[in-house]
Design a protein around this ligand. Structure first.
Ligand SMILES: Cc1ncc(COP(=O)(O)O)c(C=O)c1O
Length: 321
């Protein structure tokens, strides 16, 4: 039995879900996407992810051929079609990819390929992404600044979640070659301020205030938005502000956020401990509150996935040497 992929309105086997070599996605990296997760099999902030997807599409002048409501329904249909292949403790990681389709110059000549955008919805177990991260809830990430900078909004809009990601990959390769383990790239913008990780947003805590870079040269993460909600719930001030590397070095706490793992502590910066080099109190409280709100012990679940995983496999942010 194979997982099914929603492919332009029909279900195809995952191994048969393909796009043409003449598709603009392969020619230009011209593809927008979203990736979600569930808690107890219930999708988290799906509508927010879809809204970001439709904004990304509008920004790159791509007309998605179905409405946002139809897309939402297609996601639920995809989950239903695949649920029987998921374990009781699995969560559904949805990946929506949208390509512009065949480049105009090939349309007249390439046979057997449907014209127009491709809408592809895949569904795979969350454990694939997170099982190699379990230990990071205890020891934390070493955030490292690579020479590769983030691309700022005035050159290419990072708020559009798109597949032109070689700069992120270059950063991952660079930090993977550095000494030690668990090095995750933390990219500067061209002004020398912290922007984000290659797949995650960044926060520090200083004197009881949660601080994150302004939403300018970053992807505005759905998890990042949720930190503001949690901070509100906990009555902890949370602000957007320019952060310099110096501020990170002398922060009280630091953490990363992203959909698959929610929150991971950053305990080191450029190989130096941040404060006492342990997960901070506010970081812990945010993670616990998130877990309570969604009814899943987020770290505990990822640790349980790690038990049957290959402990040598890299995280998605590491590059296999
Ligand atoms: C570059 C980048 N920044 C931040 C994030 C975190 O976003 P979210 O919280 O929506 O997963 C992602 C996640 O895909 C990302 O690719």
């Amino acid at each position: 039995m194979e997982r099914l992929v929603w492919w332009n309105g029909e279900f195809v086997k995952e191994s048969e879900a393909k796009i043409s070599i003449y598709d603009s996605a392969l020619m230009f990296g011209d593809m927008i996407f979203e990736m979600t997760r569930s808690f107890n099999k219930k999708q988290f902030k799906l509508r927010e992810h879809l809204e970001r997807l439709y904004q990304s599409a509008k920004h790159i002048h791509l007309d998605i051929p179905i409405t946002i409501d139809e897309m939402e329904q297609a996601v639920y249909d995809t989950i239903e079609a695949n649920e029987h292949l998921f374990g009781d403790d699995d969560e559904h990681r949805i990946m929506i990819d949208i390509s512009r389709g065949l480049l105009g110059i090939y349309e007249a000549n390439v046979r057997g390929v449907k014209p127009g955008p491709n809408v592809i919805i895949a569904d795979f177990p969350l454990r694939w992404t997170v099982s190699a991260m379990a230990h990071l809830f205890d020891s934390g990430i070493n955030a490292v600044i690579p020479s590769q900078r983030n691309i700022p909004a005035d050159l290419l809009e990072p708020k559009v979640k798109n597949r032109s990601r070689i700069h992120y990959l270059m950063a991952n390769i660079e930090v993977s070659k550095m000494k030690g383990k668990d090095n995750w790239a933390l990219l500067l913008d061209p002004d020398g301020y912290i922007s984000e990780g290659t797949d995650d947003n960044f926060f520090i805590v200083k004197d009881g205030v949660i601080i994150t870079p302004e939403g300018r040269n970053i992807l505005r993460g759905i998890s990042r938005d949720y930190i503001f909600e949690l901070a509100d719930q906990l009555d902890i001030p949370c602000v957007e502000r320019n952060i310099e590397p110096y501020d990170v070095m002398f922060a009280d706490e630091a953490f990363m956020t992203a959909t698959p793992f929610c929150i991971l502590p950053v305990t080191r910066f450029n190989h130096n401990p941040i404060a006492d080099g342990k997960m901070g109190e506010i970081t812990n409280l945010l993670l616990d509150t998130w877990s309570d709100n969604v009814g899943v012990d987020i770290a505990g679940q990822i640790k349980s996935y790690a038990k049957d995983a290959d402990s040598n496999s890299p995280t998605p942010y590491e590059f296999k040497k």
